[in-house]
Design a protein around this ligand. Sequence first.
Ligand SMILES: *[C@@H]1O[C@H](CO)[C@@H](O)[C@H](O)[C@H]1NC(C)=O
Length: 298
Amino acid sequence: MAPEISWRGLTATLVVLLLIQPSISIYCDDDDCYDLLGVSQYANSSEIKKAYYKLSLKHHPDKNPDPESKKLFVKIANAYEILKDESTRAQYDYAIAHPEEVFYNTARYYQAYYGHKTDPRAVLVGLLLVLSAFQYMNQLTRYKQALDMVKRTPAYKNKLKALELERTGGATNRKKSNKQMNKKMEEDLSNELELQIKGAEKPSVWGLVGVRFILLPYAAGKMLLWCVRWLWRYKVKRAPYSWEDASYLTRRSLGVPHDSWNYIDESTKEDLIGRRLWEKSNLQSYMAEMRKESKRRR
Ligand SMILES: *[C@@H]1O[C@H](CO)[C@@H](O)[C@H](O)[C@H]1NC(C)=O
């Protein structure tokens, strides 16, 4: 059961994630920072400082146990953080005067406030990125090593020779286009080989930790749906297995990986599926049959 990625599902997941994500709020949220401190937009720094000390004393949680007051205390402190610094105050004034530059203002806000502090979300994203990069490099190296090893085997060299002969057919202009030919052949062969090398899959973006993490809700949802559908169809309604599901059961009982199954020809697949190998007795008799066959061949 390998849920495959579909673009429709991916888009749906992203939409859900964006909805779950709390809406981005910058500076003093929906409040005006100056209003929170009760000062005018033209107040100088000492006025702002004075206003802040007065209000923070009034709403300090130690003096004022009212939960609303506590909320206000936090808001006031935040507003003061922004207005006490000339540069962040200027940024805030700019954001108020240019509400249309949403992205620029948001970026500047995060630059100022999370640039030096570490946002746990940023740490998580960074960690996932680093892990994914390592994973990708590792996969790429292993894949290349496996490919190199295969290319050094006599079987590969013979195949290359055979292919070369077949293509050129001892043609006259062999020298001229030899290099080009070789390159193309090499590519063809390695494409063919990619399908055959097990244990070293070509690196895929979908398998990376970071991508998996983002797709987790989607994959889990898809898996759940799959299980429910399976139970309903085959356990409750006792419907006969569809071709696709019978393929899956057959593949699983024989321990054939998904990719390899795709390269089995249709008539063999049909024969295998017809044997209903997911039933233990059928599998056992099939295995016994295969053993006998291989002995006979030897
Ligand atoms: C700020 O403004 C107040 C009142 O207008 C004034 O008394 C004070 O000197 C000013 N302070 C500075 C640093 O400009």
